[in-house]
Design a protein around this ligand. Structure first.
Ligand code: PBG
Length: 324
């Protein structure tokens, strides 16, 4: 036998040398759940180890992550039902706790990269990402609300906006509003290929944001579709997106690779709540080695072509790296 691939696997030293993909703390954006109040820390039942935090505790969490080398955070607010209405009015109320928190985080840690979410669902009494009328989710009518929300988040100091509602014309509209108001430096990470997925379940628990009626299939993509992601990618690119995101990650590694091979924009992947919950739940039962399963799945996302990984495992990965 002339060719023996095993020679390149014979020791840790050789394996390290030929290793094609290596994870780094720099790859990650850590999603965080914000709640109003002081000294509040409530674990998300379906996401062991992940908490909804009030601003004071979130500042501590961010500080700790920064020392681990995790520099980017995607912050999602959880609002009580009393603050929700049909028009998501609270989303651009300048005194709302979410916007004030973004401002405080950016002034306390200017070096942190802060990403915000642009969609109606956390503020909507219908639990949908868009305006609901006669049981239909409206596309264009929702834009004005998203524009106000985007502007408010940019004014609060957000570095990256994440339009996550998966409807049409978002990126272009938000880009033009930002530019008109002088926020030409604020980036857009578009949820380019976001699928109508069962894997968002624990996130909707975390935010109490599940739809009150129907589902999200008229706006999020059909899990059966692959080439359709290219249509979305073309549009987001023309409209001025700075990053293209695929979501969820693990059941859609082929889509991550597709976008990577067809775009020169950095590709992001969202390793969503259900993907986190699956590994945590089986590790708790002793059915899987949780740490190895985490590392292997994160690695697969990067190997598939993701430059940026949004993951609830970010801090755990950072702690592991530090103690290696
Ligand atoms: C909605 C939004 C969702 C997530 C991020 N933004 C849920 C949904 O579309 O219902 C899910 C993230 C996760 O599951 O970790 N704007």
């Amino acid at each position: 036998m002339l060719r023996r691939p095993r020679r390149n696997r014979k020791s840790q030293g050789i394996r390290d040398m030929v290793e094609e993909t290596r994870l780094s703390v720099k790859d990650f954006i850590f999603p965080l759940f914000l709640i109003d109040g002081i000294n509040q820390k409530v674990e998300v039942a379906s996401m062991p180890g992940i908490f909804r935090l009030s601003l004071d505790l979130m500042l501590k969490e961010i500080e700790e992550c920064l020392t681990l080398g995790i520099k980017a955070f995607d912050i999602f607010p959880a609002y009580p039902e009393t603050k929700k209405d049909k028009f998501a009015t609270e989303s651009y109320n300048p005194d709302t706790f979410y916007l004030k928190a973004i401002q405080k985080i950016k002034t306390t840690f200017p070096e942190a990269v802060v990403m915000t979410d642009v969609a109606m669902d956390p503020y909507s009494s219908d639990g949908h990402d868009g305006l609901v009328h006669d049981g239909k989710i409206l596309n264009d009518e929702t834009l004005e609300i998203l524009g106000k929300m985007s502007l408010a988040q940019a004014q609060a100091g957000a570095d990256i906006l994440g339009p996550s509602d998966m409807m049409d014309g978002r990126v272009g509209y938000i880009r033009s509003i930002l530019d008109e108001h002088g926020y030409t430096d604020v980036s857009i990470m578009s949820y380019t290929a976001k699928y109508a997925s069962a894997f968002y379940g624990p996130f909707r628990d975390a935010l109490d944001s599940a739809p009150k009626m129907g589902d999200k299939k008229t706006y999020q993509m059909d899990p059966a579709n692959y080439y359709e992601a290219l249509i979305e990618a073309d549009l987001d690119t023309e409209e001025g997106a700075d990053f293209l995101m695929v979501k969820p990650a693990l059941a859609y590694l082929d889509v991550i690779r597709l976008l990577k091979d067809n775009s020169n924009l950095p590709i992001a992947a969202y390793n969503v709540s259900g993907e986190y919950a699956m590994i945590k739940a089986s590790a708790q039962r002793g059915w899987l080695d949780g740490e190895r399963a985490m590392l292997e799945s994160l690695l697969s996302i990067k190997r598939a072509g993701a430059k940026v990984i949004l993951s609830y495992f970010a801090k755990e990965f950072g702690l592991l790296e530090k103690n290696r």
